[in-house]
Structures are given as C-alpha cells and as structure tokens.
Write a new protein. Structure first.
Length: 339
C-alpha cells in the first residue's frame, strides 16, 4: 500500500469538512520576521474557544526573511489556533534542507499535528515519512498541490498554481499585453515555476522568464531595471509575490519604460497601489484562509476524524483577481492584514 493511502480510512466518501465551532476571530498579533525557529503563537484566546483538550501543532513554512505574505498565513493559523485550543509553534526557513530539519524538530517534540508547505517537495520526502512512522498527521498548504498525496499528507489547502498562471495569461490577453516578463524570485520553487509555465501556456504574446534574488530587494530592483532597459518592447512585468510588485514599479520608472505591472498575491500595500493605478491587478490566493484551514483541519481530524476534500481532493483557496473594479470590497480586510 502506498504512503498516501495508508493514512486514510479505506472507505470514505469525498466531502469537505465544516468546522463545528464559532465564527473566525483574529489573534492579536502579526508574525515577526521569517526564519524564527520555534516561536509560539495564538495564545491570545478569544470568545468561542473549543472545549477540547489542548493539542500542539507545528506550522513549518518556507518563508524568507522579510516576506510579509507569510504574516497573513500566520494570522489565519493563529486565529484557528485560538478558537480550537491549539498551541501553535511556528517556524520557517527558505532553505529546503533547513525546513526539513524544522519538521524533524516538530517530530522530536511529539507534536499532535504538522502543517507544512512543499515548495521543494523532494527535500521533505524523507522527513515526512518519519512523521508518518511517528503517527503524526500532516497537512499541506500553499505549495505542493501536485505532490501532497504522493507524500502521504492528509489534506491540502491552497491554490492550483498552474491554473492560476493560466488565468493570469488569459487576463494579459484581455488587457492587450504583447510582451511579458515573468519574474521568479526563488529558483527551484515549484509553485513559482508553475505560475510562469501556466502564464506562458495561455498568453498569446511573448513570455520571458527572469530569475532574481528575492531575499535581496535592491538586487531585484536592479535586475528588473536592467531587463527593461535591454528590451524596450516589454509592456508587462508579472511578479509572483506582493512584496516584489512595488519594486517592479520602481524599476519601470528607473528604466524609463512604459511597462505596466501586475502580480500574484495581495496585501494592504497592493490594494492601495491598485487603487492608485500603479498596479494593474493581483491574483489573490487567500493566504489567511490557507493558514486557518490547515490548523482547523488538523483539529477536526483529531477531534472528529474529518478529512477536508475526503482526503482525495485539495481544498482550493484561489485564484481570484483583484483590480480597480473590486478592490474596495477587499481593501478593508487587507488593511487588517487578513487579505
């Protein structure tokens, strides 16, 4: 029997588990910088807290230092932890080997569940096998939709990056783009590669791939600027993360280019930029929901034996486009750091 089937009941009809608790309530604080190795969160308990015994859950992501996207994921996880009486341990490292070590740390601590991102799934295969042998349930979020079942995870919460990329390419066709640069800020991240591949598949114009060092924003700026100076025919820059879009706007100005900027992912600064017309549109994968559902999913599994998606299908949180036509509807939530 393969690993993915070993953790699931043999006869189970696919369904989406629904939390049997009160409505969402926000935990009081945002995350700190990326790469903290074992910082507990979610102990600002709120109304409607579950009466079930406390469980400990480790959330291990590939967050890079300064990447504010993960603050939103973590806020969602903290909200679910506060509601579900979960002791949440958050840790992160963009290096896949180090992330695997963080998962091992969680196993060594004998946590009740692990939520993990799979940006580089091959590097986590061995340690996830150890989690299975230890009887620790694991769910995936954000990255790894193509690999979560093969790696034996119970559930997955996130966006189909290939579908998101294809939708992005179609949107570029609608706005009349002809030559787009897709900026990958972390080489080897399968989700980012899938975004650009999906874009290229549906976009009718020319697609160019530009790799940048995402942990060095001045370098990101100079690399994009150089590309725009070298090729004046580029009319759209597609960034793959919200923090990189404003930098791309600066690069456009520095290069004297007429290119427009669109991006994957959303935050409060992006909603302002969309309103101002500096960013054309953004793809929202709802990271708050990813963090929330991952923790809540583990609580449901432990306390009611539920599998979101029946343990067979992922729970998709995106993609959805945000542009001038609908940005007002989400900006108030983005201002709170939850969109």
């Amino acid at each position: 029997m393969d690993r993915s089937s070993r953790n699931r009941p043999r006869r189970i009809a696919p369904f989406v588990a629904v939390a049997a608790a009160a409505a969402l309530t926000l935990a009081g604080c945002s995350s700190g910088s990326g790469g903290k190795k074992a910082e507990e969160g979610g102990d600002g308990a709120s109304a409607g807290k579950a009466s079930t015994p406390q469980m400990t859950v480790a959330l291990v992501t590939h967050q890079a230092p300064g990447d504010t996207f993960w603050d939103i994921v973590r806020k969602g996880a903290e909200a679910a932890a506060a509601k579900d009486n979960v002791k949440l341990i958050y840790s992160a490292d963009p290096n896949a080997g180090n992330q695997a070590n963080l998962v091992q740390n969680a196993i060594d601590q004998k946590v009740d569940g692990i939520a993990v991102t799979l940006a580089k799934p091959d590097a986590l295969k061995s340690v996830l096998g150890k989690a299975e042998k230890a009887g620790i349930p694991v769910v995936g979020l954000n990255s790894g939709l193509s690999d979560w079942k093969d790696l034996g995870l119970l559930e997955f919460f996130g966006q189909d990056e290939s579908v998101a990329g294809e939708a992005f390419g179609k949107k570029l066709n609608e706005v009349g783009a002809k030559n787009t640069v897709c900026v990958i800020h972390e080489q080897g991240n399968v989700g980012l590669t899938q975004r650009c591949d999906g874009l290229k598949k549906t976009f009718e114009g020319e697609t160019q791939i530009l790799n940048v060092n995402g942990i060095d924003m001045p370098s990101v700026k100079s690399t994009i600027t150089a590309k725009l100076k070298q090729d004046s025919s580029v009319d759209y820059v597609a960034t793959l993360g919200a923090p990189f879009a404003p930098t791309a706007v600066q690069s456009v100005g520095d290069a004297g280019s007429k290119a427009k900027v669109a991006t994957f992912d959303l935050n409060k600064d992006l909603t302002k930029a969309i309103k101002a017309g500096d960013i054309e549109f953004a793809v929202d994968q709802q990271p708050y929901l990813q963090g929330y559902l991952a923790i809540d999913g583990l609580w449901l599994y432990k306390n009611n034996g539920n599998y979101s998606g029946g343990g067979e299908q992922p729970v998709l949180t995106g993609p959805a486009f945000v542009d001038k036509s609908n940005v007002d509807a989400v900006s108030e939530y983005a201002a709170k750091g939850t969109r």
